[in-house]
Design a protein around this ligand. Structure first.
Ligand code: FAD
Length: 391
């Protein structure tokens, strides 16, 4: 099998890359190890409406519910409400990712990409030292696919980067260890996504409830990897459920890791670009990565087409991808990383104080920058280390 571009991984990043590259005229093969794209879901499925609508024409069945905004709880129970358009990249729609991910893969196929499911990439092929394709296992049969360019969109456990010599190792403190239940409970707030802070709930992380309609919600939590141990996220989630949703009935469960590092040093090397979680492009503060993966996918797909037509698949030939993703999402990731580094050190009193000072103000029309300015006004000492980011 021969093509111009192989995309490894059929998540949002991979499908958008395959779609963009196919639309630009490349012959694309996308490999997905699972037999059903999008399943199982390891995600709370929250995304901002505005950004998603800019990226793709939505199908109604991709959306499980729409929310008005986010409610944030301090450890002492004080809460603030933020409107949907001011709540950042993970609030607006709660997706049905099993359908959404498959829908994006369909768009890639409609644009001309060949989608191979139940096909696991096993390694990179090289000819005279240069990348020449991917070796894979397809439904129990070995398969070699030739292509001069590879996009690694193979998620948080990415191997493509490592095979190509890109340093994708994550420190334990830069991984959130997550557990999530799909829960049915009459007390679920269907109008707001909810975030619960507190070191007893989720050490250096947070718990969430993202409503999916009909009194269902993704209820989960993430804790900093360096403060976790095997089974800890699930244990804490059971404890949280007992305290907050004692009558909740669990109908599904997932566990998974979420990269929460700053921007990766390099997402490209000769013949290879990394996209989405594989390139640590999640927001380190919130853990949200769907939209960043999609945006990076589009950029990588477009740059792939240019590189193939110029006949230059070297790292230099792919530099436009590196420049574009750093400009579009890398700066926000770097900023969020600084906020995360501050946030993980807060004790419960600090969090109560910060949310308490926002609760006294009318923040309904404020964006994040406005809220940060209010926080700084009331808590200059606590927030001194973030001064340059706030003022
Ligand atoms: C518990 C949890 C909650 C989250 N909640 C949110 C949220 O509310 N909002 C948000 O924006 N983000 C959230 N995220 C993060 C989000 O899920 C990811 O950032 C997003 O899925 C990244 O997309 P991707 O395409 O890079 O990778 P993925 O969606 O992980 O896709 C990678 C694909 O590659 C495939 N693959 C891997 N290895 C191979 C191989 N060798 N060969 C072939 N295929 C391979 C995998 O099967 C997978 O389908 C959450 C993450 C977790 C763990």
């Amino acid at each position: 099998m021969k093509c111009d571009l192989i995309v490894v991984g059929g998540g949002p990043g991979g499908s958008m890359a395959a779609k963009a590259a196919s639309e630009a005229g490349l012959k694309v093969v996308m490999l997905e190890k699972r037999q059903e794209i999008g399943d199982p879901v390891r995600c709370a499925e929250g995304v901002s409406k505005r950004t998603l609508n800019r990226l793709v024409k939505l199908e109604p069945e991709w959306i499980a519910s729409e929310v008005k905004g986010a409610r944030l709880y301090a450890p002492d129970g004080t809460s603030i409400v933020m409107s949907e358009d001011k709540s950042g990249g993970e609030v607006g729609y709660v997706l049905e990712r099993k359908v959404f991910d498959r829908g994006l893969a369909m768009l890639a196929a409609q644009a001309g990409a060949t989608v191979l499911v139940k096909t696991r990439a096993l390694g990179l092929l090289r000819k005279n030292g240069a990348i020449s394709g991917v070796s894979a296992m397809r439904i129990g049969e070995p398969l070699e696919i030739e292509a001069p360019l590879i996009i690694g969109a193979d998620g948080v456990e990415s191997k493509v980067g490592r095979w190509a010599g890109i340093d994708t190792a994550l420190k334990l403190q830069d991984i959130e260890s997550c557990a999530q239940f799909l829960v049915h409970d009459a007390s679920i707030d269907e109008e707001y996504t909810e975030f619960f802070l507190g070191n007893n709930i989720a050490p250096s992380g947070y718990a969430w409830s993202f409503p999916k309609g009909e009194k269902l919600a993704n209820i989960g939590l993430g804790i900093q990897g360096s403060r976790s141990k095997p089974g800890e996220a699930v244990r804490l989630l059971h404890k949280f459920m007992k305290a907050r949703f004692p009558n909740g009935r669990v109908v599904e469960m997932v566990v998974g890791g979420d990269p929460c590092s700053g921007p990766i040093e390099s997402a490209t090397t000769d013949g290879v670009m990394l996209v989405g979680d594989a390139a640590h492009q999640t927001d380190p503060l919130t853990g949200g990565g769907i939209l960043n993966a999609m945006q990076a996918g589009v950029m990588a797909g477009e740059v792939a087409a240019k590189a193939i037509s110029a006949g230059d698949m070297s790292r230099r030939g792919l530099v436009e991808y590196e420049t574009r993703w750093r400009e579009k999402i890398g700066k926000t990731i770097a900023r969020s990383f600084q906020f995360k580094e501050f946030f993980v050190k807060l004790n419960d009193n600090d969090m109560n104080q910060l949310l308490g000072s926002l609760a006294k103000e009318d923040i309904s029309k404020m964006d994040l920058a406005g809220m940060l300015r209010v926080l700084f006004r009331f808590n200059p000492k606590l927030l001194w280390s973030l001064k340059s980011l706030i003022i």
